[in-house]
Design a protein around this ligand. Structure first.
Ligand code: NI
Length: 167
């Protein structure tokens, strides 16, 4: 199993728009396994292929308290959204930064599973927010970029300071 490393913001590769998966094959299934392993090891509740520098439309999510409910979505699309949620979000690509963002409270996602079969999934609350967060990565968007300019400047300064301190 390949050990995947996670790109850190502001790495410009995080702005890559991921391509749809044309065929769900063993290589894709292996990538999903490796992504799940990287997510659990971090530890985190979601990971997009973009974050491991593989620019395909794949996300993995597990917001269950026991970390035993892995969901994988290939070529995910939001088909329905409702309500408002505002939860504190974090990101494995932006360690140590937590900010609230406005998202839909309830969503319906259409995607392919690891067998290449289409399915629909309904989520709400934390899981819904997590799926929306990961789907943004596939469009090259990191959550902090949805914050005000001032907040983004502060976050970048904080990350730079931390980088200097670790050198
Ligand atoms: Ni993220």
């Amino acid at each position: 199993m390949a050990k995947l490393s996670i790109l850190l913001y502001p790495d410009p590769r995080l702005h890559t728009v991921a391509a749809p998966v044309a065929q769900v094959n063993d290589e894709i299934r292996q990538l999903i396994k490796d992504m799940a392993q990287a997510m659990y090891a971090a530890p985190g509740v979601g990971l997009a292929a973009t974050q491991v520098d593989r620019h395909l439309r794949i996300i993995v999510v597990d917001t269950s308290p026991a970390h035993d409910n892995l969901l994988a979505f290939i070529n995910p699309e939001l088909v329905q959204t409702s309500g408002d949620a505002e939860l504190e979000e974090g990101c494995l690509s932006v360690p140590g930064i937590y900010e609230k963002l406005k998202r839909a409270q309830k969503i319906r996602v259409r995607a392919l599973n690891a067998e290449g079969e289409p399915f629909e999934h309904e989520a709400e609350g934390l899981q819904a927010v997590c799926i929306q967060h990961e789907m943004d990565h596939l469009d090259g968007k990191v959550f902090v970029e949805k914050l005000s300019r001032l907040k983004q400047t502060r976050i970048l300064a904080k990350l730079k300071k931390r980088e200097r301190e670790s050198e």
